[in-house]
Write a protein that binds this ligand. Structure first.
Ligand code: NAD
Length: 245
């Protein structure tokens, strides 16, 4: 049986790390990128299993890093089934009038420009081989907007438009492009919220709980699989029905 291979960009924590786990459980080999921090949690997933781990350091603010990543993939495996783009940053919640230029640039560079460059490189790779699934991790703020998260919302909304445009461009090449839009997921990114705020978030979520990383990874696993082979240009909300908090 030919093994499948996935690339997970931003794989060392939170949702990205759980997405790697999902692929390994489904028998994939994984190319995983890291930026800062150590690789222990990532390497632990592969201990005693047949799945292979390939790693590459990538700062998505640096377009050349992303291009080098795809060169390395062509050299090492020359085949991929799926690319998942996870990197994302946000700052403390504040009104747009209080956001400075550096913050805007930083958020757009990581969340949107990095996604565009990675999406382009993934598309070049997949279109040539007439096979592939690209999945961007967006946010429900990219659909509904989030007050005091204007720039983050804009970046995630841009990502949704990007994926829909890409889906139209590359459907004829058997390449699918979709987004997963999480609501509040319990990770490092949301650790800044205190107990009282978490209770409020649960209250405004129809399914009355916080999201877990595996809720998101399950949706990614589906969009990567043949079970979603007629689905492209779509956004799956993984938010317990929440539209705002
Ligand atoms: P996280 O902070 O654990 O993960 C963020 C990831 O982005 C990390 O792997 C980090 O290394 C990577 N990253 C940041 N800057 C980078 C850079 N310059 N180059 C390369 N990688 C970089 O948080 P998470 O919750 O796992 O977030 C994963 C994705 O899910 C993000 O895109 C985030 O916007 C999105 N999301 C999260 C939530 C949530 O509630 N946690 C909700 C909606 C969307």
């Amino acid at each position: 049986m030919i093994r499948k291979t996935a690339l997970v960009v931003g794989a060392t924590s939170g949702i990205g790390l759980e997405v790697v786990k999902k692929f390994v459980n489904n028998g994939y080999d994984v190319f995983a990128t890291y930026n800062k921090g150590d690789l222990c949690d990532l390497e632990d997933i592969f201990v005693g299993l047949d799945s292979k781990l390939y790693t590459c350091k990538v700062d998505v603010k640096n377009a050349q890093d992303i291009k080098n990543l795809f060169k390395k993939i062509e050299k090492d495996v020359d085949f991929l089934d799926c690319v998942v783009y996870c990197p994302g940053i946000s700052y403390d919640e504040k009104m747009l009038i209080d956001v400075d230029d550096e913050e805007i640039e930083e958020i757009l560079n990581v969340n949107l420009k990095g996604a565009i460059i990675a999406g382009r490189e993934a598309m070049r790779f997949f279109v040539k081989r007439k096979h592939g699934s690209i999945i961007f991790i967006s946010s429900i703020y990219g659909i509904y907007g989030g007050a005091c998260e204007s720039v983050y919302s804009a970046s995630k909304g841009g990502m949704i438009a990007l994926s829909k445009a890409m889906a139209q461009e590359c459907g004829a090449f058997n390449v699918r492009v979709n987004c997963v839009a999480p609501g509040f997921i319990d990770t490092k990114m949301t650790a800044k919220f205190n107990e009282e705020e978490r209770e409020r978030i649960i209250e405004s979520t129809p399914l009355k709980r916080l999201g877990r990383v595996d809720d998101v990874a399950n949706a990614v696993g589906f969009l990567a699989s043949e079970e979603s082979s007629f689905i492209t240009g779509q956004v799956i909300e993984v938010a317990g029905g929440a539209v705002k908090f």
